[in-house]
Design a protein around this ligand. Structure first.
Ligand SMILES: *Cc1c(COP(=O)(O)O)cnc(C)c1O
Length: 229
């Protein structure tokens, strides 16, 4: 077994274990393998194990990979912060954008999403740890951006995502994720039909699953240290 295959198997087992440990339905947590900074060969190895969702955050790095793998059945997630001059290519080549943080980007993605493709799945990024260095809307801006996204027919609003400040302690990690879960539940109580709570990375996905994540984005624990950007 190559290392990518072995790591993926291990991570999928952990996800299943945590679903059980925290009373989550089996199969309720989806895995996006974050392949940014990793070679195409590693993506091919992951594909061979049946993994189909991959995450990239640098457009220049992602486009050649997407081109090389265009014959494979891959669901590409754009997980980085988005500059407005990049939206056209993101709308053309990705199935998901996790990290919509303002109306202008949402509008551009909508206008540039081809009629020949299904609506672009999006998550709104919430700056849950209130870090000046991070993108994402504040808690009280989420609902208005969510309402705006509902007016855009080429986008499909799926849920919320966050990238919390790094924290080693499981209870503290859970406390932060709980805030995003609570926002997500509030929106669904108001009639939004969100089905995606994207939270949890290599170092904190147990806490995220404990708090209700439906999608975890894991890179280094699958592919090892990143090589490029
Ligand atoms: C890089 C990245 C990840 C994966 O991080 P790892 O620590 O490698 O698991 C997840 N989400 C986003 C938004 C990222 O940029």
């Amino acid at each position: 077994m190559n290392p990518v295959e072995a790591n993926l198997k291990h991570i999928k087992q952990l996800i299943a274990d945590y679903e059980k440990k925290y009373n989550r339905p089996p199969g309720s947590v989806h895995l996006v393998a974050v392949s940014k900074g990793q070679p195409v060969d590693d993506i091919v190895e992951a594909l061979a194990t049946g993994q189909t969702a991959f995450g990239e955050n640098h457009l220049q790095e992602a486009l050649p990979k997407i081109e090389m793998l265009k014959d494979k059945k891959i669901e590409w997630h754009f997980i980085g912060s988005i500059q407005s001059n990049k939206t056209r290519k993101i709308a053309a080549h990705f199935a998901w954008v996790e990290g919509v943080a303002n109306e202008k980007i949402a509008q551009r993605l909508n206008d540039q999403r081809s009629e020949h493709l299904p609506p672009l799945n999006i998550c709104i990024e919430v700056n849950i740890s209130h870090e000046a260095s991070k993108s994402g809307v504040s808690n009280d801006e989420v609902e208005s951006l969510a309402n705006f996204c509902l007016t855009l027919p080429r986008l499909k609003l799926r849920g919320l995502m966050c990238i919390p400040a790094e924290e080693a302690d499981l209870e503290k990690q859970r406390c932060t994720f709980r805030k995003l879960t609570s926002l997500y539940q509030q929106l669904n109580q108001k009639g939004f039909k969100l089905d995606c709570l994207s939270m949890g990375m290599s170092h904190d996905f147990e806490a995220a699953i404990a708090e209700g994540a439906t999608l975890v984005r894991i890179g280094r624990a699958i592919f090892g240290p990143r090589h490029s950007p």
